[in-house]
Ligand binder design. Structure first.
Ligand code: DAH
Length: 360
């Protein structure tokens, strides 16, 4: 009996002192495992007298149950302590504000391209494209600007290099989007209704000029197209684009080699306290060049000018972006200054939509 009390004292103490589950398991094996102390004692019961066996057996069974219970209780309390410790060390304040995240913005040029594409699409124009490195033929000759034509000098052209001894005319960075007229007609033939927005290049740099800028070309060729159609299309465009109930356009006689007759178009506007107002006032702002496509241009594009005729126009995208959104300096458009981009840029979801009005 004494032996049993000693065992109880020893094991209860070590259970209380066990620091983790594996220590507890060791104790369990040492006491209750197949070769554990208590199991060995059980085996000794066989050698005892029946009376001894009865009392000792019962006492051993009680001890077994007691140690079993103590082991289980200790296991639970160790697990609770471990959980408490994890909760203390892995605590996280989910109510803290998240880290601020910067979002990019849509550049005003991209925004305006989307806007004008939506407006012209509504009038049945699709979008055409051409290369920015263009051949001399598409940029000039096909548009009725032969090699010695003075218009070539006005274009401040960037030329590409030719290999030494290669005397063909060098390619150019396209000076306008007009070559896309030729490419679109070659690809599609007549009738056609396209716009061609894109980058163009000229050697020029001041507050309203950058060496790279954007134009949108318009072209409509069909059987009975006249200047009246041109005027209506441009008026509709300006009303929708500038989001005013009415606009007034002024057609000034002009000259372009690729149109006959040609007109430059001004829009009525006013400056009030440095704020530009479209549609009213006594100032005029030039916004585009236009005219009836020259028969030689149609011919160069493989279209029979005795059957087909139509209008074309070319408009500065950056310029109408400055007008619409009150941006004073063109050069800032292409400086990638984040402060400027955040200020003048658009949220990605501000996609233009004619039904909802185009405004942000
Ligand atoms: N290509 C001309 C320029 O860059 C603009 C232009 C004028 C385009 C008249 C046209 C047009 O299509 O008909 O200055």
């Amino acid at each position: 009996m004494d032996g049993i009390d000693t065992l109880r004292g020893k094991y209860l103490e070590s259970i209380t002192g066990a620091g983790d589950e594996s220590a507890l398991e060791e104790i369990r094996l040492a006491a209750l495992g197949k070769k554990g102390e208590i199991s060995l004692k059980m085996r000794e019961l066989g050698k005892m007298t029946p009376e001894e066996r009865q009392t000792t057996g019962a006492a051993l069974n009680r001890l077994k149950d007691e140690l079993d219970a103590a082991l289980r209780a200790r296991k639970t309390s160790l697990a609770d302590a471990a959980l408490d410790e994890r909760l203390r060390s892995e605590w996280l304040d989910v109510t803290l504000p998240s880290r601020p995240r910067r979002f990019g913005t849509i550049h005003p040029v991209s925004q305006v391209m989307e806007e004008l594409t939506a407006i012209f699409a509504d009038m049945g124009f699709s979008v055409a494209e051409g290369p920015q490195v263009e051949s001399d033929w598409y940029n000039f000759d096909a548009l009725n600007i032969p090699p010695e034509h003075p218009a070539r000098q006005e274009h401040d052209t960037f030329f590409m290099h030719r290999a030494e001894g290669d005397n063909r005319p060098p390619h150019v960075l396209r000076t306008h989007t007009s070559p896309v007229q030729i490419r679109a007609l070659e690809a599609n033939g007549a009738p056609i209704r396209v716009i061609a927005p894109g980058r163009v290049y000229r050697m020029d740099m001041d507050q309203t000029h950058t060496p790279m800028f954007h134009q949108v070309e318009g072209l409509a060729i069909d059987k009975g197209i006249s200047m009246a159609n041109l005027k209506w299309v441009l008026e509709e465009f300006c009303r929708a684009f500038f989001e005013v109930p009415s606009v007034e356009l002024r057609f000034r006689a002009s000259h372009f080699p690729f149109t006959e007759p040609s007109a430059e178009v001004d829009i009525r506007c006013s400056w009030v306290n440095g704020q530009l107002k479209i549609g009213e006032g006594d100032s005029w702002m030039e916004i585009l060049g236009s005219g009836m496509v020259h028969p030689k241009v149609l011919q160069a594009a493989g279209v029979d000018p005795s059957k087909w005729q139509g209008f074309a126009f070319g408009m500065g995208i950056d310029r109408i972006a400055m007008l619409k959104y009150g941006i004073p300096d063109l050069r800032a458009f292409f400086e990638s200054d984040l402060r400027w981009l955040r200020h003048y840029g658009f949220a990605a979801l501000d996609m233009p939509d004619l039904a909802g009005g185009l405004s942000r």
